[in-house]
Design a protein around this ligand. Structure first.
Ligand SMILES: C[S@@+](CC[C@H](N)C(=O)[O-])C[C@H]1O[C@@H](n2cnc3c(N)ncnc32)[C@H](O)[C@@H]1O
Length: 247
């Protein structure tokens, strides 16, 4: 649907996150100096976190996504930032990763593991990590007890199973990883580079598409999502997890 990409094109991120958390989680891996760190960034979108990782130093990143315009955008941004040497983009699905086993030190999946589900992602991605390698990913979770019915229904309608942070941490352990760090993203990680820039364009798009029922419906869905966030963000957020594949 074209309107979906009009709502989402040319914004820094396609999900909650911030450079501060990308860097903090990556740096807490504590890499020893030596060879360049090989990173696989899954579902990179326009690449805000890819660029933040590339700025962390001695890294070589393979960034994959299935939406070519996002990959083109990331390539443009990488050239503009002088980081093109560290980043290679590939149009590849996370369901069919055509990559050698045990070839990455780090796998990154910000705001994208929901597409395959954390269960399957954690299990399927492990074989591409070297023993002792790390996985960093974000996923929605309840961060407060007793969420109101309206926000439970919202996430059910999104067909996204929302669990508590503890339940997600158990899944990570259950998939065989050692959990190293968990961080709940603050509301600013949803707004500054994501909801605010999206919101800014909705009125203009609503005027342009007012006779297009399907487009107006998509605009309404986006407005509703942001309204739910404004009302209920004390109960849920994206949570960043960093875990290690045992040696
Ligand atoms: C919510 S966005 C997150 C993007 C980015 N990581 C960020 O945080 O800004 C999810 C991304 O996953 C991509 N995607 C969707 N299905 C995919 C698949 N099967 N394999 C790889 N990427 C996929 C989308 O094109 C989109 O860029």
């Amino acid at each position: 649907l074209n309107i979906f990409f009009e709502i989402h094109k040319d914004i820094p991120r396609e999900g909650p996150g911030s450079d501060y958390y990308t860097r903090a989680m990556f740096n807490s891996i504590g890499h020893k100096s030596g060879n360049r760190i090989k990173v696989l960034d899954i579902g990179c979108g326009p690449g805000q976190q890819t660029l933040a990782l590339a700025r962390c130093g001695s890294v070589t990143i393979t960034a994959i996504d299935t939406h070519q315009p996002f990959l083109d955008e990331l390539n443009r941004r990488a050239v503009g930032a002088g980081l093109a040497d560290s980043i290679t983009t590939r149009n590849m699905s996370m369901f069919e990763l055509d990559l050698p086993d045990e070839s990455f030190d780090v796998i990154w999946a910000e705001g994208s593991i929901y597409i395959i589900s954390p269960d399957k992602g954690l299990t399927n991605f492990a074989r591409f990590l070297k023993p002792g390698g790390h996985i960093g990913f974000t996923h929605v979770a309840w961060i407060r007890e007793d969420p109101p019915g309206e926000i439970i229904s919202f996430w059910e309608e999104e067909q996204c199973e929302v669990l508590t942070v503890k339940e997600n941490e158990s899944k990570i352990a259950g998939a065989g990883y050692n959990l190293l760090r968990t961080e709940i993203l603050p509301p600013s990680a949803w707004t500054d580079q994501y909801y605010y820039p999206v919101e800014e364009r909705l009125d203009r798009l609503a005027a342009a598409y007012r006779d297009d029922e399907e487009a107006m419906n998509e605009i309404e869905v986006t407005r509703h999502e942001i309204e739910m966030f404004n009302r209920y963000h004390e109960w849920y957020s994206y949570v960043f997890y960093l875990a290690e594949k045992p040696k």
